[in-house]
Design a protein around this ligand. Structure first.
Ligand SMILES: [Zn+2]
Length: 248
């Protein structure tokens, strides 16, 4: 239905806060903005709107009725028909988004898999706002999947989980925090963190938020292909005599 033009309306409210908020242009509450928008829109259609404050509880019939309806609605009176079609579609959409995200967050918190990834990104809302330079290396370290030997071994793509440094299993944790093969690349990242008066290693999610820049440079410096090919080469080299013996 089209809004008629050139009308006049007087709105009486006992909410002084609402009237004051409408006048105060530093206030940008969703509902206040919505009311301003409607008033501006009506003004473009040559409407004149008067907003007036009335004292509460002094027997103004309309005001008493509005109070009564609001109270009943708040107490969950099922006989009141709530006009859902008057709720702005944007409010509904953001409410659905919020609820959906809450639900996802719950599932994320309780999921059996994805522990490594969760330690880097515990909060989904925060993750959605992040602008992260996602590369295969970043994904590998952030999830523990794809490239570290501990993962390759699970899928029989590596004979064991041992890192090339020969000290510990090659997990994403090991590469980031203590593999001596990456000492040089890790240095600037540690310096950056210690400059902020925090101790190394920080919580994982701090690497992807507070120290994202230094962490990204570190991640970029890791050449998994070279690392794993070198492992493969060393394995073959070690296996040559055994293989020869068995084939002879
Ligand atoms: Zn290592």
């Amino acid at each position: 239905m089209e809004t008629p033009t050139g009308g006049r309306a007087a709105i009486y409210t006992d909410s002084k806060v609402t009237i004051d908020s409408l006048k105060n242009h530093a206030i940008h509450d969703f509902l206040i903005e919505k009311i301003r928008y409607i008033i501006r829109h009506l003004a473009t259609l040559s409407w004149t709107i008067h907003l007036k404050w009335v004292k509460a509880h002094i027997g103004i019939e309309g005001n008493e009725t509005a109070d009564k309806l609001a109270k009943e609605a708040a107490q969950g009176n099922e006989n009141i028909i709530i006009a859902f079609d008057r709720i702005p579609i944007t409010s509904v959409a953001s409410e659905i988004n919020r609820k959906g995200l809450e639900q996802l967050q719950l599932q994320w918190n309780n999921a059996g898999a994805g522990a490594v990834c969760r330690s880097f990104f515990p909060y989904l809302v925060q993750r959605l706002k992040m602008n992260i330079p996602i590369t295969p290396e970043f994904t590998a370290l952030g999830t523990g999947h794809g490239k570290p030997r501990s993962y390759l071994h699970r899928f029989k793509l590596a004979d064991d989980t041992m890192c090339l440094c020969n000290e510990r299993q090659q997990t994403s944790d090991h590469i980031i925090s203590d593999c001596n093969l990456f000492e040089a690349q890790r240095g600037p990242m540690i310096n950056k963190i210690e400059d902020s008066e925090e101790s190394w290693p920080p919580a994982k999610h701090e690497l992807t938020t507070k120290y994202l820049h230094a962490f990204s440079i570190f991640v970029k410096s890791i050449d998994f292909q070279k690392l794993n090919r070198l492992v493969k080469y060393l394995e073959l080299w070690c296996q040559v005599p055994t293989k020869r013996t068995s084939s002879e």
